[in-house]
Ligand binder design. Structure first.
Ligand SMILES: Nc1ncnc2c1ncn2[C@@H]1O[C@H](COP(=O)(O)OP(=O)(O)OP(=O)(O)O)[C@@H](O)[C@H]1O
Length: 253
């Protein structure tokens, strides 16, 4: 469905990811993990077709991603950016409706169905009571949930999310990840999350891409990737492994 084929990404002469060959398939929830500055966002943008690889390519449904018209691609892939900044004054509902643009013709206004989808997305993130509020008046966590609602309203089968839990409290971190990860059970759906919290990755991921120093990357089923040796090498710190009820949790030592 989404294939990083022999992908190499570099910035300013520094290789972030060398010869990554990963096939991301329907039903899977991938997490990208790595230290600050390791290249997680850069890789996510490449997977979205927003960054041209230094070598290799991204294939979407078997074709090179750059060949898709933007609107077609946006119906297949939705992206939640790390920090979304809007210059325009808009209400919460208007912001969520922007998720419907890939489904509209060039000069077409949103219709009743688009409003229904947007309102359902707002309800899913628990913000339907704020539909008419100016976006600028929201708290950081509320605003993040509005951005997630816009992504849900886009209704793309592939969702790429850069630190979706930014600004969210513990309850909302779990709720939002449950909501999005649960969509991978729908036929033809797939998610990729950039996360900093290894324990949330363990809970919601099925597969992982780990970014190490000097462009080294490893990928595979989460159970094979999330171990102390990999994580200590990747984060450059000692970790404690806590086993509880069949789960393993990692904490900095
Ligand atoms: N225009 C640029 N010029 C030079 N270096 C850049 C440029 N853009 C990004 N970088 C560097 O590329 C590296 C990878 O950035 P990226 O945002 O992908 O990292 P990340 O793993 O997502 O980091 P974080 O966990 O801090 O969000 C960083 O070291 C960043 O400073």
């Amino acid at each position: 469905m989404l294939h990083a084929q022999n992908l190499t990404l570099a910035i300013a002469e520094r290789t972030l990811c060398a010869s990554l060959d990963a096939e991301l398939k329907p039903g899977e929830n991938w997490v990208i993990l790595g230290a600050n500055g390791s290249g997680k966002t850069t890789l996510l943008h490449a997977l979205a077709g927003l960054r041209v690889p230094d070598a290799g390519q991204i294939r979407l449904d078997g074709s090179e991603i750059g060949g898709f018209p933007p609107r077609t691609r946006a119906r297949r892939i939705g992206v939640l950016f790390q920090e979304a900044e809007s210059e325009f004054p808009a209400t919460v509902l208007e912001t969520v409706l922007t998720g419907r643009y890939p489904h509209l013709d060039r000069w077409q206004w949103e219709g009743a169905q688009d409003y229904r989808v947007a309102e359902a997305a707002l309800e899913a993130v628990g913000l339907n009571g704020l539909a008419q509020r100016p976006l600028a008046t929201l708290s950081g966590g509320e605003r993040r949930r509005v951005e997630i609602a816009a992504l849900l309203a886009q209704d793309a089968p592939i969702c790429l999310l850069d630190e979706p839990t930014n600004h969210l409290d513990l309850r909302h971190q779990v709720q939002v990840l449950e909501l999005v990860a649960g969509r991978a059970h729908r036929p033809g759906h797939l998610n990729v999350f950039v996360l900093h919290d290894v324990n949330l990755a363990a809970r919601f991921g099925t597969h992982a891409i780990l970014l190490f120093d000097h462009g080294e990357c490893r990928h595979g089923p989460l159970a094979d990737m999330l171990n102390r040796s990999n994580l200590e090498q990747m984060y450059h710190c000692r970790l404690r492994e806590i086993r509880d009820n069949g789960n393993t949790w990692f904490l900095p030592d």
